[in-house]
Design a protein around this ligand. Structure first.
Ligand SMILES: Cc1ncc(COP(=O)(O)O)c(C=O)c1O
Length: 383
């Protein structure tokens, strides 16, 4: 267990000290058989809960039928799955491009925006996180993730500051990219006026608006997508994390005017939209709809926020639905460790003193009631 005892794995990850064996719904079990209440969902990925029977069945059946074939051949399942996604998307989105990770989806969106506008400049947000590949890293607004050489042309502005965005966006701007709720930065969002202002700004300069909904998408904020909240519809939306319940898959939702001008050979990804991932996404979206998971995220999220606000030592509760950030009086890392020792998994953030709660969207009030005493115990233990 732990990094020192993992000789073959490059040490890029600081792990929490557990070795996992299996998962079911909102719980995971370690190799010693100990159960953990999972308020992190493998980084917001296990959207339908761990190993949802319907998703597992769809994956197993597809694996036995056709594990993989690339996009060179048609696949009826791919069309059915994409139709389900597009039919659930905000108005104006007509097509999807599928890749494998959030970074890859953002790369594709940035490339499409540059090609569509014939411009190179991108405006992105300080504190924003979009992935580790060159393009995605170059629009990421956290210094420690930005390893030179960066793709030229990005201006970083403070998130939530419309005056700063207005000063940065001009007729050379291809796109503005942002996480509508900055997760890694500490679960921070902005006002309706800000989002509406960005939309107006992009329209005035004929620049595109890209929402990175890698975390906010697929039900987490109480609706399937953050857009069109505040009556703002972006031009491109990127998705990953919970879209296929844990099978690697990401997507770019593309609005009609951009989709119409995309041509053959312009972009591609061997594994994108493969049969297994499509089966997993289709089952995930069906479960989302039938079990009303976005509604559940909103209701259970409201209950969670109300309970959290009553906890002594919780200074601030941020976020929407089941994307919650809590600012605590104590050291967030120490609380995370203490909670883990009590059998509860939570995340931390780049902002010190912030815990992130990104549980499966199947979370119930009973799970919240199980969580709160552990949080209280950990806060009091550390204070
Ligand atoms: C908002 C956001 N965008 C992009 C990414 C990158 O996704 P991936 O790690 O799948 O490349 C992440 C990952 O945490 C993310 O939270």
């Amino acid at each position: 267990m732990m990094n020192d005892l993992e000789p073959y794995l490059l040490r890029t990850y600081k792990r929490i000290p557990i070795d996992l064996a299996r998962g079911e719904d909102v719980y995971v079990w370690d190799t010693a058989g100990r159960r953990y209440l999972d308020f992190y969902a493998g980084h917001a990925v296990a959207s339908t809960g761990h190993c949802h029977p319907r998703v597992v069945k769809a994956i197993q059946e597809q694996a036995a039928k056709l594990l993989f074939y690339s996009n060179v051949a048609g696949l009826p399942l791919r069309v059915e799955a994409a139709k389900l996604l597009i039919q659930s998307a905000p108005p104006g989105f007509t097509h999807a491009f599928f890749a494998n990770s959030g970074a890859e989806a953002n790369e594709a969106a940035l490339k499409m925006a540059r090609k569509h506008t014939g411009r190179a400049a991108i405006v992105a947000m300080q504190g924003g996180f979009h992935g580790r590949t060159a393009g995605a890293m170059s629009v990421t607004g956290v210094e420690r993730y930005r390893v030179p050489p960066l793709v030229p042309g990005t201006t970083l502005v403070p998130f939530g500051d419309l005056a700063a965005a207005t000063a940065a966006v001009n007729d050379r701007t291809a796109a503005v990219i942002l996480e509508p709720i900055q997760s890694m930065a500490g679960v921070k969002t902005a006002s309706a006026e800000y989002f509406q202002g960005l939309r107006g700004l992009c329209d005035r300069h004929e620049a595109l608006l890209i929402y990175d909904e890698v975390q906010t998408g697929i039900g987490r904020t109480g609706r399937l997508f953050f857009a069109p909240r505040h009556d703002v519809v972006p031009d491109l939306i990127t998705l990953a994390k919970g879209i296929a319940s844990g099978v690697p898959l990401s997507a770019v939702l593309v609005s009609k005017p951009i989709a119409e001008r995309v041509s053959y050979g312009e972009h591609g990804a061997t594994f994108g939209a493969g049969p297994l991932a499509m089966a997993a996404m289709k089952a995930t979206l069906e479960v989302m709809r039938e079990e009303r998971l976005p509604d559940n995220a909103r209701d259970t999220g409201a209950y969670l926020a109300e309970k959290l606000r009553g906890v002594r030592g919780v200074l601030e509760v941020r976020g929407l639905a089941l994307m919650a950030g809590i600012k605590v009086e104590a050291d967030a890392g120490a609380i995370q460790k203490h909670l883990l020792a009590q059998g509860v998994i939570v995340g931390t953030a780049d902002e010190p003193g912030v815990l992130r709660l990104l549980p499966p969207l199947t979370l119930t009030r009973a799970h919240v009631d199980e969580f709160i005493p552990h949080l209280i115990g950990s806060l009091h233990h550390e204070s």
